[in-house]
Design a binder for this molecule. Structure first.
Ligand SMILES: *[C@@H]1O[C@H](CO)[C@@H](O)[C@H](O)[C@H]1NC(C)=O
Ligand SMILES: *[C@@H]1O[C@H](CO)[C@@H](O)[C@H](O)[C@H]1NC(C)=O
Length: 236
């Protein structure tokens, strides 16, 4: 009995918590917009154009990425000729840290762009010359552009004097009549991919090991210089 009574009291005492909860009502503007989108043919058309634009941009981006991924062929380079009129080691530069090298070397380097679709834009082109791994001269070339499937020839002239610390091979090579000289090209290039699109910047190095006759050795000079192919980095 007591239990039953308590229950009743509980029930009667239960507070009233307001009206039942209704599903949330959308703000009138959003609802209206959605109705317009579904019903209004102009809005539908608008939406179609929107989707189409996104598809076209996506296809364009994919095409561009595929184009860039299919990397172009590396340049080819040759030393066609070399004219060495002076290559003398000796004498003192006063500092006694090495031997003085007096040099006068001109080389003709032909650079071939084998690509049918890309021109090459040279943002930096520098030729350096080394003997026994020691750099003794360099020449900077101005910015230039090389067309598709074309060859250009540069003729760096290295003239002057410098101190070599090592030059251990000089005596032996003078006896042989030929000096092993290393000409390198350092470059920063971009490829013209499309009219308004350039590739990323590449820094391929060109490495040429040439054997040049000693100008004071008539026999060697008569034997002459042999055109030499250079090693060239890929566009990576
Ligand atoms: C260097 O050699 C070239 C020929 O290759 C010559 O015309 C030029 O006068 C020489 N320069 C010097 C400073 O000896
Ligand atoms: C000159 O060069 C020739 C051919 O390379 C070589 O055999 C000769 O020893 C050289 N002569 C001298 C005087 O160094």
């Amino acid at each position: 009995m007591a239990n039953n009574h308590e229950h009743k009291v509980d029930h009667l005492d239960q507070p009233f918590y307001g009206p039942p909860v209704l599903p949330p009502v959308e703000p009138p503007s959003a609802a209206a917009a959605r109705r317009r989108c579904v019903a209004d043919p102009h809005a539908l058309c608008c939406r179609a154009i929107h989707v189409l634009t996104i598809v076209v941009i996506a296809v364009g981006v994919v095409a561009l990425v595929l184009w860039l991924v299919s990397l172009p062929n590396a340049l080819k380079a040759y030393v066609d000729s070399a004219e060495l009129t002076r290559f003398e080691l000796g004498g003192s530069d006063g500092a006694k840290r090495g031997q003085l090298l007096r040099y006068n070397l001109t080389v003709a380097v032909s650079i071939r762009n084998p690509n049918r679709d890309q021109a090459v834009l040279y943002r930096r082109l520098e030729a350096v010359v080394l003997y026994g791994g020691e750099r003794f001269g360099y020449v900077d070339f101005p910015r230039t552009r090389q067309g598709r499937k074309s060859t250009m020839v540069i003729r760096p002239s290295f003239v002057g004097q410098g101190v070599l610390a090592g030059a251990a091979a000089f005596g032996r090579e003078k006896e042989e009549g030929f000096f092993n000289i290393n000409v390198k090209l350092h470059m920063r290039v971009r490829l013209k991919v499309m009219v308004f699109v350039d590739s990323v910047e590449y820094r391929p190095d060109v490495d040429c090991y040439i054997r040049v006759p000693d100008p004071s050795n008539a026999t060697a000079v008569a034997m002459g210089f042999t055109a030499t192919r250079c090693r060239v980095d890929d566009f990576m």
